[in-house]
Design a protein around this ligand. Structure first.
Ligand code: SF4
Length: 742
């Protein structure tokens, strides 16, 4: 593999949306400040209020600027914010499209037709709450409070998790955890005794060598990380990208390893082999801080680069050479743990392998490796003790997935199906800001579970597909129109950021905290809501740490003193919160639970003849289906394309821009078509489809039927036996050139 010339990395804009190239009306709608005769006002004429961006989970703090008429004119980054360093990504600046989107849900709706029919009547909030409370009481009488399940996502989620705790149900799950982070967190907990959190404390800014394995910084636009990677490249860092696709990150890497999908653990084991048997590992660090080195040495003895080459299809010299590059940079090296880490069903073990490799290089707790992030110790607003439910997500999860650290959506769905006969039935769904039909694999199962519920409530901003299955839809105000809980995330500098409303909620929408509180009071839970509005809660919390709501309204972000070191001081004895007090190369926890104590490579399914592995991912201007209907971001990328290798294109007679359909290994055919993009940037055994397109809700007028939604083709799900997370990369598609008969 030839080395790749380094180029400039993607730039993050610091400009607002004013003056952006939005040329034509979107469904006849143009916000006043984008009209041709509009003269953008000076900043001195604008009013600014602090916010925390809600367009993705990176949660950058910023400023919302509005004119004297109350029109929001732009959003910019907050200079004090360590998540954004004062610069928002293009999606963040386009965030006001969420506020101006004419397709927003506008008032409460109650279903009058059959499930899925999307026939609703408009209702008042009183009517909607009355309906919900009556149904919840019926479910409680028949099955118990625990049978009301909550699925939630994002910053609205905690308001409802609190309500559920107060109500007496711990039947809840945050779908993104089991699909994205849990395998990574558990892989690192089993090794270091602690997880990573968000943003992950990778010291990319100071690193000399960054290794990305199926991790698409630049396409995933995690703001601070993109900036850090750009900075590291500018300062001479070596980037090694392992990916079946020549991604944006690969284009800025010294080495691209176009690995055969599903074989990453083989590569990781052979890198360990080279580090140990070529004596390249950090001996002093390993001797001082780790447990189980001799076991590991023995375990990886036969995993030579030549062995890995036969599995990964990578050149053994390239495997060896990249291991030497890492060792040369150590301890200033990051083998990045990634973000969406549920792939093939053995994902905790792959993350374990990544954690172990970092330990062999001495990167954990070292500059240019991993730093120790810290957050402010912010007390919760006092409340009476929560009732203890008779059963919870733990009851139905941890027997099977012993290392599950939170509720698993799939498990809750299994307990919601009509064929479930056991004692832990789920009979009501409360779905907050997550479109489960599109985010959870095996759509048919999700829909069957939905249709078996006595009550389905959806809280959302947009009429996403799942709203069509709701009995009641509650329209939430956008992040620009509401307060939320304080952002108190871990970082180099402990800091707190405030989101407050820049404008009044449009239409008859309400903030999530208000919806949760009002429902709580109607359910008889007044004692858990002694405060009248959330400002009281925020001010009380801030005063406990020497600040106030008044102060945060002025600065948006406040920094606090660290209490612990950022890195392990040289020569220092560092206790790790594991069973042995050391970094566990051999995991005593996993061994005790009956799992492999060290990662093992297992062969995964291969595409049948005529099929290609379906690789999904993202594009930098969208946060999946969350933004494909955003008027501004939609203009930047209205639909997805299917990446196809030229050899495949030749074999099938495909041309650039040709319309095709996809059928998966189980005969599931895509609802819509997608245009082909012929490119050498993908292996011939795979195709690539960005996620979030092909929306099926007609009410999303811009995103409806634009491209193919990968999720409807993901019917083969590989469950990680340690955490229960859902691997979705073992699905294969054939390419259809004729419109299929439905
Ligand atoms: S990375 Fe972009 S979209 Fe995500 S929170 Fe930051 S500015 Fe918003």
């Amino acid at each position: 593999m030839k080395e790749i010339t380094r180029r400039d990395f993607i730039k993050i804009t610091s400009a607002g949306i004013v003056g952006a190239a939005i040329s034509k009306p979107i469904f006849g709608f143009i916000p006043p400040f984008l009209k041709k005769d509009h003269n953008p006002p000076l900043e001195s004429e604008l009013i600014k209020t602090p916010t925390v961006c809600d367009i993705c989970f990176w949660k950058c703090a910023g400023w919302v600027w509005k004119d004297k008429k109350g029109n929001i004119v732009k959003i910019t980054g907050n200079e004090l914010d360590p998540h954004s360093n004062g610069r928002l990504c293009p999606r963040g600046t386009g965030g006001l499209g969420a506020y101006y989107d004419p397709d927003r849900l506008k008032r409460p709706l109650i279903r009058v037709g059959k499930p899925g029919s999307q026939t609703f009547k408009e209702a008042t909030w009183e009517e909607a709450f009355d309906y919900i409370v009556e149904k919840m009481k019926q479910i409680e009488q028949k099955y118990g409070r625990e049978s009301m399940a909550l699925f939630y996502h994002g910053t609205t989620g905690p308001h409802f998790e609190y309500l559920w705790e107060a109500y007496g149900s711990q039947t809840y799950a945050e779908p993104a955890i089991a699909q994205c982070l849990v395998t990574r967190e558990v892989g690192f907990i089993a090794t270091y005794g602690q997880g990573l959190g968000s943003p992950e404390p990778t010291d990319v800014r100071n690193t000399k060598c960054l290794v990305l394995i199926g991790n698409h910084i630049g396409e995933n636009m995690h703001n601070g990380h993109v900036q850090d990677m750009s900075h590291a490249i500018d300062h001479g860092a070596t980037v090694i990208t392992v990916d079946p696709r020549f991604s944006t990150a690969a284009a800025h890497s010294k080495y691209w390893l176009p690995i055969k999908p599903g074989t990453d653990i083989a590569l990781l084991l052979s890198w360990m082999h080279v580090l140990i048997y070529d004596n390249l590992y950090n001996k002093e660090y390993v001797d001082k801080y780790t447990y189980g080195f001799d076991y590991l040495k023995d375990h990886v003895k036969r995993f030579t680069p030549e062995w890995a080459s036969t599995i990964t299809t990578l050149d053994p010299n390239l495997i060896r050479k990249t291991a030497y590059e890492m060792a040369k940079a150590a301890p200033s090296v990051v083998i990045h743990p990634g973000r969406h880490t549920a792939w093939y069903g053995d994902d905790t073990q792959r993350e374990r392998a990544i954690a172990i490799l970092n330990a062999l290089l001495g990167a954990w707790g070292k500059r240019g490796g991993f730093y120790f992030s810290e957050k402010v110790s912010l007390p919760h607003y006092p409340h009476p003790p929560f009732p203890e439910p008779r059963w919870s997500w733990r009851t139905i999860t941890t027997d099977k997935y012993k290392y599950a650290i939170s509720g698993v959506t799939n498990v809750l769905i299994d307990h919601s199906l009509p064929e479930y006969e056991g004692p832990y039935k789920v009979k009501g769904w409360f779905v907050v800001a997550t479109n489960l039909i599109q985010s959870i694999p095996d759509q048919e199962k999700t829909i069957r579970a939905l249709q078996n519920q006595d009550l389905v409530v959806v809280v959302d901003i947009l009429p996403t597909e799942i709203t069509g299955y709701a009995d009641v839809i509650l329209p939430e105000a956008t992040y620009l129109e509401r307060y939320d809980l304080l952002r108190n995330s871990r970082h180099r500098v402990p800091n707190i950021a405030l989101r407050m409303p820049a404008v009044e909620p449009k239409y008859d929408t309400k903030p999530g905290w208000w919806i949760a509180r009002e429902l709580g009071i109607r359910l008889g839970l007044e004692k858990y809501y002694p405060w009248k509005n959330i400002e009281e809660v925020l001010d009380w919390q801030l005063r406990q740490v020497g600040s106030s709501l008044e102060e945060l309204k002025k600065v948006g972000v406040k920094h606090f003193e660290r209490k612990t070191p950022l890195y392990i001081p040289d020569g220092y004895e560092w206790p790790f919160p594991t069973n042995t007090g050391k970094i566990e190369l051999y995991s005593t926890d996993l061994a005790a639970m009956g799992y492999e104590p060290m990662p093992v490579y297992k062969k995964h399914e291969e595409p049948p003849a005529g099929y290609y592995r379906l690789i999904y991912g993202r594009v930098p201007m969208h946060s999946f289906g969350r933004t494909t209907n955003n008027p501004y971001l939609h203009e930047l990328r209205p639909e997805n394309h299917l990446w196809v290798h030229p050899k495949v294109a030749k074999l099938l007679g495909l041309e650039n821009g040709q319309e095709v359909w996809l059928e998966n290994q189980d005969g599931k055919v895509s609802s819509y078509s997608v245009k082909v993009r012929v490119t050498e940037r993908i292996r011939p055994d795979s195709v690539f489809l960005p996620h979030g397109f092909g929306q099926k809700s007609k009410q999303l007028r811009k995103a409806y039927a634009r491209g193919i939604l990968d999720n409807e083709l993901i019917t083969n799900v590989k469950i990680d036996p340690i955490t229960g997370s859902t691997g979705m990369r073992s699905n294969f598609v054939k390419i259809l050139t004729q419109k299929p008969n439905k």
